[in-house]
Design a protein. Structure first.
Length: 369
């Protein structure tokens, strides 16, 4: 069994580099089409990318990632995941089949590692077989969708995502809770690192947006304010929440169920919020003195609101604490979207930073008391 204090290994950090690129590709896909249809397509791709990464967190939690055969499988999966990332911009076009086949390969390797973990006594084969069947059905729909026309592809890929995500839920709670022992420190750290990856993407997006313009005073102010928003997003997660969540998972009566709900599912909401915000921040920096278009402003404000809503659900599921202040801050972000139509982008970013600063101040004072 993996030690309960197992930590992230260099090979896992190396594996994550592919997903840094994948997140950048998803962000670019959304930025290319800031419409509801574009959002839906981008989020389907993101859901698949996230599920593949999360699946390997679970399986390496049941393995020693430094074991040479496990490393070999990770490296092969890394190559396939890179092909997935390369295909993301044309996943709805000419590269649909490459995307589907490479992604299926990643998931098959994940299931092979899990089968090996069960052979070693580190995971329950009965539980693995339950969600593996759902995953294989989902991958079949993914490949079928890649061959279909645009409308049918959307339907088949949506079904593939829903079936794959529902796979663990099809297991009885008793079978799922017994799938493996959770190495808590490793598990919580892996998901925290993915939040860092996504926050890094928001910083890169701002840099890309700023790189096309002269570095004058207005641009400096706009970049600084957008970075303050990113700092606020970091602060709300890493100041206390990350450590509190890890400790809550460590002492939880059902760590597998709590970990699956809070990290594998709810963290996708946080990740989505950051990526959507990154797209809005890129547009805001690129047009710092102009009012943002409705879609770009919704991405900027709505991304932060979605992130805070995810935080509220995360704390409620894992720690059992409902954060009214985070929910009110999320509503304030949405209200800002409604009233900021005529404001310059830098002003909208500044008001977002102020909302997060007020939230952080309130939570810090409450913790001090």
């Amino acid at each position: 069994m993996p030690d309960s204090e197992q930590r992230t290994t260099p090979v896992e950090l190396f594996w994550d580099l592919v997903f840094v690129f994948a997140i950048t590709q998803v962000s670019a896909l959304l930025a290319h089409d800031l419409s509801w249809e574009g959002f839906g397509k981008s989020m389907l791709v993101l859901a698949l990318v996230w599920w593949a990464w999360s699946a390997f967190v679970w399986v390496t939690n049941a393995h020693d990632p430094d074991d040479p055969p496990v490393r070999a499988v990770l490296f092969v999966a890394m190559i396939l995941a890179f092909l997935v990332a390369l295909a993301v911009p044309e996943a709805w076009g000419e590269e649909a089949m490459l995307f589907a086949l490479a992604y299926t390969g990643v998931r098959v390797l994940h299931m092979a590692l899990y089968a090996d973990a069960s052979r070693r006594g580190n995971a329950s084969f009965a539980a693995i077989a339950g969600f593996a069947l759902a995953a294989l059905v989902g991958m079949g729909l993914l490949i079928a969708g890649a061959q279909a026309d645009h409308g049918a592809r959307a339907v088949l890929w949506t079904a593939a995502v829903l079936i794959d995500y529902a796979g663990p839920a099809w297991l009885t709670r008793e079978r799922l809770r017994g799938i493996q022992r959770v190495a808590v420190a490793h598990f919580a750290e892996r998901y925290s690192l993915f939040i860092i990856i996504c926050l890094g993407e928001s910083i890169v997006a701002m840099g890309v947006g700023a790189g096309e313009h002269e570095l004058d005073a207005e641009l400096v102010v706009g970049v600084a304010l957008a970075l303050l928003v990113t700092i606020g997003l970091w602060w709300t997660y890493f100041d206390r929440v990350a450590a509190e969540a890890e400790e809550a998972l460590r002492t939880h009566e059902e760590p597998v169920l709590a970990g699956a709900d809070a990290y594998s599912y709810i963290h996708l909401v946080l990740v989505t919020g950051i990526i959507v915000f990154a797209v809005g921040a890129k547009a805001g920096v690129a047009h710092v003195t102009e009012p943002l278009s409705d879609p770009a402003r919704l991405a900027l404000c709505g991304g932060v609101a979605l992130y805070l809503a995810g935080h509220t659900a995360f704390g409620l599921r894992l720690v059992g604490v409902f954060s009214l202040s985070k929910l009110l801050a999320a509503f304030a972000c949405l209200a800002l979207y409604l009233v900021a139509g005529n404001l310059a982008a830098w002003a909208t970013a500044g008001l977002l930073a102020a909302i997060l600063a007020a939230l952080i101040a309130e939570e810090t004072e409450r913790a001090r008391r």
